[in-house]
Design a protein around this ligand. Structure first.
Ligand SMILES: [Fe+2]
Ligand SMILES: [Fe+2]
Length: 283
């Protein structure tokens, strides 16, 4: 049986965010950095800058006039949003590089990443969370362990997918049945390896069990991504290779003081934002 240790060894072979993406993460979280600095880092990669500009001009942000230079994108959308765009471009390209002849529909998996990012941000807006951009990136990366598993051991992912589809089970339930290391753990290791902030590592590790981090400073973020993930899985069964009925954690609802009626508002908002996020699906 595959052990977590064996998989961790393989993690070393996975793509790391390259120098530029790493630098973008650093500059964007440095409160003293200037827009010019961030623009200069992104401009080191021509294809990255053009993709970031394309997304900055997408319907999702609804900017009335065309943004043509990066400085402007940062001024209008903010550091963290531009960082999120760069991270989206990186995650997308790492998802689509490598083999794609397996059963995993990577397009749908990508759609799941985007919808959970958009969903986390939407729920944050309803709850009045102060830094909704953080929710986007946490949602975007929550299932990174699934890509890693697919790159490292496609046969495992296929075995999981066969069970989830045939028996109508969640991905996590199939991991248990097959006794394989959970994608939450693998994803957490990758997040550490990439030097991503603790908030992102905890979200990845706790998105199916937010009670794990109930006492953490990041409890709200983990709970928000959990809810966005459950709702996305209910709305689009199979996108994340998961079927069946994912359970909504009562702790997550408590952490965020979700009141009756809020979930309905959330789903309505999410549907509207999903339509606007179409450009994120094809990059
Ligand atoms: Fe997951
Ligand atoms: Fe997910």
């Amino acid at each position: 049986m595959v052990t977590i240790d064996k998989l961790v060894e393989k993690i070393e072979e996975l793509p790391t965010p390259d120098f530029i993406v790493q630098k973008i993460m650093n500059v964007a979280s440095d409160p003293n950095a200037s827009a010019k600095e961030l623009a200069e880092v992104i401009m080191m990669d021509a294809s990255l800058s053009s993709k970031v500009l394309k997304l900055a001009n997408s319907a999702y942000y609804g900017i009335p006039r065309k943004i043509t230079v990066l400085n402007e994108a940062i001024m209008i959308l903010g550091f963290k949003t531009v960082r999120n765009l760069a991270m989206s471009v990186f995650t997308y390209s790492s998802l689509f590089s490598g083999r794609s002849d397996g059963k995993v529909d990577r397009k749908k998996l990508w759609r799941h990443f985007i919808y959970v990012a958009v969903g986390s941000e939407s729920l944050g807006e309803i709850l009045g969370y102060p830094v909704k951009e953080e929710l986007f990136i946490n949602g975007l990366l929550h299932d990174i362990g699934k890509i890693a598993l697919d790159v490292m051991s496609p046969e495992i992912v296929e075995a999981v997918y066969d069970i989830t589809r045939e028996k109508n089970l969640t991905f996590s339930k199939a991991e248990e049945l097959l006794d394989i290391p959970p994608h939450t753990l693998i994803g957490g290791k990758i997040s550490e390896k990439w030097g991503l902030p603790d908030m992102i590592t905890q979200t990845i590790e706790g998105h199916h069990n937010p009670s794990m981090f109930i006492d953490s400073l990041n409890a709200e973020v983990v709970a928000t991504v959990h809810i966005a993930d459950v709702i996305s899985n209910i709305m689009f069964p199979g996108d994340s290779l998961s079927f069946g009925k994912p359970k909504l954690s009562p702790d997550a609802l408590n952490i965020l003081s979700i009141r009756p009626g809020m979930m309905k508002r959330f789903v309505e908002k999410l549907r509207k934002k999903m339509k606007k996020a179409e450009e994120f699906l094809e990059m």
